[in-house]
Design a protein around this ligand. Structure first.
Ligand code: NZQ
Ligand code: ZN
Length: 386
């Protein structure tokens, strides 16, 4: 096992009816900005629950943060924070609203001229404005981690940021919010969480038995609860299990003491930047091709996953690894997630070169746990994804 440090200060408040506890978490003297997305919270009753809980607070609202949170819109929110002397942020939404709020928590205290530099120059946020979240869409794990991904459509960028100052102070996870989520977004959530586990697990054996078992448990649970939550998102037991799986998939726990990959996400973000494809779907396009390309270096873990998650016990190591890749792609497809770039855009020719060039321009020499996924390799992986 590798050496590691683990510190996660996020207070999770989990369960039905817990949104009302917002007022036990935000200091009474705070000036609050509540942030939300395109308006789903006004149709499903979450908005009313949040504003009821904010009764008595001095607060303002900022709605309209789009999926793949847009830098230019976030700058409008930043102006409100500065003009109105906001001291506390409350994100009510999925990954996009929460990530947008994390950017604002950082930018509000940033002393440089241009907040985009936080993303472009990889500036870590040591201290941010305090914020809490009400999660409305289980998928990303952002409610319990300190990362954020921001898009800038004018330049075709999608970049990550993070740091210890970007952990939410609290996150409220009420599984009843799942009842109103469209099937498409539920399928995205399952796929995103599943791939988060894979990125932290599908590397090479390092003797970290418990991390492996944690990861395999989350994968097994997602395979069981995923299709059931799509079928009946109102089933509380299923919704609760699904929600907790998504949080546990990316809250820092399973990545400690083990090598991490994250090449699928790095390549996937470029597909979203180019074509606006939903985050999770870009992962379903790239993951099978990434594992195929790297089957030699990942075969032990692929076969272990094949055995413990998909019950594949027959064949050589390589054959089992191969079957595990095929099972993974079939799982995504069973959720109605197409796994080829050409399923999403007719303009796919040249994508491999573009993605490879962008990564090169950023100075990314190579991705993956062995740092062997060079821009050349990325080109092949993307080309095979057409
Ligand atoms: O905007 P509204 O109207 O609220 O609608 C949203 C949006 O259209 C809707 N929705 C959310 N909760 C709902 C609901 N509709 C009905 N009922 C509800 N309860 O769902 C749509 C998608 O929302 P979005 O927040 O964009 O989805 P998701 O949670 O998948 O977030 C995706 C973003 O997170 C980033 C992605 O790159 C992408 O930008 N990620 C963040 C990570 C992190 N910070 O740790 C890790 C991930 O790998 C990922 O990169
Ligand atoms: Zn993801």
């Amino acid at each position: 096992m590798l050496n590691f440090e683990l510190q996660n200060p996020v207070k999770i408040i989990f369960g039905k009816g817990e949104i009302s506890k917002i007022n036990t978490q935000i200091p009474k003297e705070a000036k609050v900005l509540m942030l939300y997305g395109g308006g789903s919270i006004k149709k499903n009753g979450i908005y009313n629950q949040v504003t009821d809980a904010l009764n008595g607070y001095n607060y303002l609202e900022f709605g309209g943060i789009p999926a793949n949170p847009e830098y230019d819109i976030l700058l409008e929110a930043l102006k409100v924070i500065k003009d109105e002397n906001i001291t506390y942020l409350l994100a009510v939404g999925g990954g996009s609203v929460i990530d947008g709020t994390k950017f604002l928590a950082s930018a509000a205290l940033y002393e440089g001229e241009e907040p985009w530099d936080i993303l472009a120059n990889g500036i870590r946020t040591e201290v941010g404005m305090p914020f809490g979240t009400v999660l409305t869409l289980p998928a990303t794990g952002t409610e319990m981690n300190s990362g954020s991904v921001i898009s800038r459509r004018s330049t075709g960028d999608k970049r990550g940021m993070g740091g210890p100052g970007l952990f939410p102070q609290f996150s409220i996870l009420d599984p009843t919010v799942i009842a109103s989520i469209p099937k498409r977004q539920l399928a995205n959530g399952i796929t995103d969480a599943f791939t988060h586990v894979l990125e932290q697990y599908m590397t090479y054996p390092i003797g970290a038995d418990l991390q492996d078992r944690f990861a395999e448990s989350i994968l097994n649970s997602l395979i069981e609860t995923g299709p059931r939550v799509i079928e009946n998102p109102k089933d509380y037991t299923v919704a609760a299990n699904f929600m907790w799986c998504c949080t546990m998939a990316l809250n820092g726990l399973i990545q400690k003491g083990v090598p991490n990959d994250w090449a699928i996400h790095a390549i996937g973000h470029e597909l979203t930047a180019l074509y606006g494809i939903d985050h999770a779907r870009t992962l379903a396009i790239i993951a099978p091709r990434h594992y195929q390309y790297n089957i030699e270096t990942k075969k032990e873990k692929l076969a272990q996953y094949g055995e413990r998650v998909w019950r594949i016990t027959e064949g050589t190591l390589l054959e089992r690894a191969q079957l595990a890749i095929e099972k993974t792609e079939a799982f995504f497809q069973s959720l109605d997630i197409p796994t080829r770039l050409s399923d999403y855009t007719e303009q796919y020719a040249g994508t491999a070169e573009k993605v490879s060039e962008t990564l090169k321009e950023r100075g990314w020499v190579a991705l993956g746990e062995r740092k062997n996924v060079t821009p050349e390799a990325v080109k092949i992986i993307v080309e095979k994804s057409y």
